[in-house]
Design a protein around this ligand. Structure first.
Ligand SMILES: [Zn+2]
Length: 308
C-alpha cells in the first residue's frame, strides 16, 4: 500500500501537489522575482513568499532541536551515536513544543497539536527504525515514510510504529477543505547503514496553541486503504480552512441553480399530473351521476308502469 506522502526527488519537484503546495509557491516566488523585473507588469502581482526559516536554536551544531514543555529551548547535546537531532530525553518524550491528544471524534484517533504558539519554519523530525521494504513490513506501512539519501536513492523506510518519542507519527492529514500546517522536506538524517533514520518536516505557517500540526499523507494513502478523506479540524483543535476558489464558487452556484431548476420542473410536472388526475376524477363522477340519474329514471318509469 502507498506510504505517507511519496516523495520522489526533492521538495521543489515532488509529485505530490498537496504536500508541496507551499514549496512550489516558494519556488514560484523565488523564480518569479527575477522574471517580474524583466517582464511587463501585466501579470497579476504575486505575494512574495520567503522560504520558511528554521528557528535559531535548530541551527546550533550538535544540539537538540526540541523545546521543553515550558517553552524553553533544550540546552542538551544530541544523543550519542544517533543521527536524529534530539537529545536522549526528547528522543524518548518527543518535542515538548507539541503534544499528542485524542481527537474529540474517535474516528480520527490521536492527533498532534501545538502546546504553545509556534512560528513558521519550526522543524520536527519524523524518525524511527530504518527498515528494508519487505512483504512482511508492507503490511504495517500506515506510518512508514520513505527514507532518501542524496534526494534520489531510497534506503528503505522510516518506521516510527511503537516508538512513542516519534510524536510526528500522530500528526493528522488535513481534509480537502483544510490547509496543512506542515510540509515534508528533503532533509534526511541517517545513513545507508544506520539503524534509525529520520526526515525533517517544517511548519509552513504560524500555529497557535492547540492548533493542529498536520501534513498531507497524499491521496494515494487514503485510496490504497479505502478511507474517505474527511476534514480533521474541530473547535478545540482547529486547522486553517482553505478559501473557496472563485471558479469552484461559480461551479457551486451553477450546480445550485440547476438543482433549483430541476426542482421547479419536477414541481410543475407534479402539479400538471395532479390537475389531470383531478379532471379525470371529475369526469368520472359526472359520468357516474349521469348513470345514476338514468337508472333512477328507468326505475321510475317501471314503477309508473306497474302502478298503471
Ligand atoms: Zn532535548
Amino acid at each position: 500500500m502507498p506510504r505517507k506522502v511519496l516523495q520522489q526527488k526533492n521538495n521543489s519537484n515532488s509529485s505530490n501537489s498537496e504536500a508541496s503546495t507551499s514549496v512550489s509557491q516558494l519556488h514560484k516566488a523565488s523564480t518569479g522575482k527575477r522574471s517580474n523585473n524583466s517582464t511587463s507588469t501585466t501579470k497579476k502581482k504575486k505575494v512574495s513568499v520567503k522560504p520558511p526559516k528554521p528557528p535559531a536554536h535548530q541551527k546550533r551544531q550538535g544540539m537538540c532541536w526540541a523545546r521543553k514543555t515550558n517553552g524553553a529551548v533544550c540546552d542538551q547535546k544530541r544523543a550519542k551515536g544517533q543521527d536524529i537531532p534530539y537529545c536522549k530525553h526528547h528522543l524518548r518524550k518527543g518535542d515538548g513544543a507539541v503534544k499528542v491528544v485524542n481527537h474529540p471524534d474517535p474516528i480520527h484517533g490521536k492527533i498532534l497539536v501545538a502546546r504553545y504558539p509556534l512560528k513558521r519554519g519550526y522543524q520536527f523530525v519524523y524518525w524511527g527504525k530504518r527498515e528494508r521494504i519487505t512483504p512482511e513490513n508492507e503490511k504495517n506501512d500506515d506510518r512508514q515514510i520513505h527514507f532518501f539519501l542524496n534526494d534520489f536513492t531510497q534506503y528503505g523506510v522510516i518506521d516510527p510504529t511503537d516508538i512513542d518519542g516519534c510524536v510526528m507519527q500522530f500528526a493528522a492529514s488535513p481534509g480537502k477543505s483544510e490547509w496543512p500546517t506542515l510540509h515534508t522536506t528533503s532533509n534526511h538524517f541517517g545513513t545507508s547503514t544506520s539503524r534509525t533514520a529520520g526526515r525533517s518536516y517544517q511548519l509552513i505557517r504560524d500555529v497557535k496553541t492547540n492548533e493542529q500540526v498536520a501534513h498531507s499523507y497524499g491521496n494515494e494513502w487514503f485510496e490504497g486503504r479505502g478511507i474517505k478523506r474527511v476534514d480533521v479540524g474541530c473547535v478545540k483543535y482547529p486547522l486553517p480552512k482553505r478559501p473557496i476558489a472563485p471558479k469552484t464558487l461559480e461551479k457551486i452556484k451553477e450546480k445550485q441553480r440547476k438543482e433549483r431548476e430541476k426542482l421547479k420542473k419536477a414541481k410543475e410536472m407534479e402539479e400538471a399530473r395532479l390537475k389531470r388526475k383531478k379532471e379525470r376524477e371529475e369526469e368520472r363522477t359526472a359520468r357516474d351521476h349521469k348513470k345514476q340519474r338514468e337508472l333512477r329514471m328507468k326505475r321510475r318509469k317501471l314503477m309508473n308502469r306497474n302502478i298503471a
